[in-house]
Design a protein around this ligand. Sequence first.
Ligand SMILES: [Zn+2]
Length: 228
Amino acid sequence: MKVLAIGAHPDDIEIFMYGLLCLLKKNNIEIFMIIATDGSLGGKKYNNLIQLRKDESIEALKRIGIPKFLNLPDSRLGDEYSHKDKLRHEIDEISPDLIITHYHEDYHSDHRNLSKLVKDISSHNFPVLYCDTMMGINFLPNFYFDISEFFEEKKEAILNHQSQKPDRFIKLIELMNGYRSAQCNAKFGSFAEAYFFNSSFPFANINNILPQTIKIRKFDIDGNYGFL
Ligand SMILES: [Zn+2]
């Protein structure tokens, strides 16, 4: 089984998909990763930012694999037809059993455009699972994965992106992954990543590829009707 994660910018896989990729890898799924843009607009004080961000990504993702960089222009993803061709070539070459990428209503135009391009390219050939949006806005998940055992590793991965002031993203994932876990009434201090899958022929069901989703914890705990 092969899973391909495609992030728009050099730190997106770490922020939005890292925990699930760790779970998949633990289940002996082969992981491929693509970073679509060069990240050249993410920080103005560096004159070698593109290479710096590549180095940060390679270090951050080293426990999972080596990402491929498509070097498309930051904040102009999808402006030219060649971008779609480049993406199509990579996806076809890997021929994954599942693609994970951004949702088409996320906050950043590169995230939105990448999502639409990937969906178009995938068509009826590859199923697509969408990762959470920034702060979960416009996103109604139908898959939750407990990533607690990998949460420290996820934080370390994000902290490798020193050019991006990563402390703010640590706060972000503590909120987002904590909240997604709380939606399942999981214990306080546990963390989950949330995803959305929209079935389309012939991909009515992708459960055979995915790890076990978060365990249900009943609402009535020791007679306390407690939350968390
Ligand atoms: Zn991004």
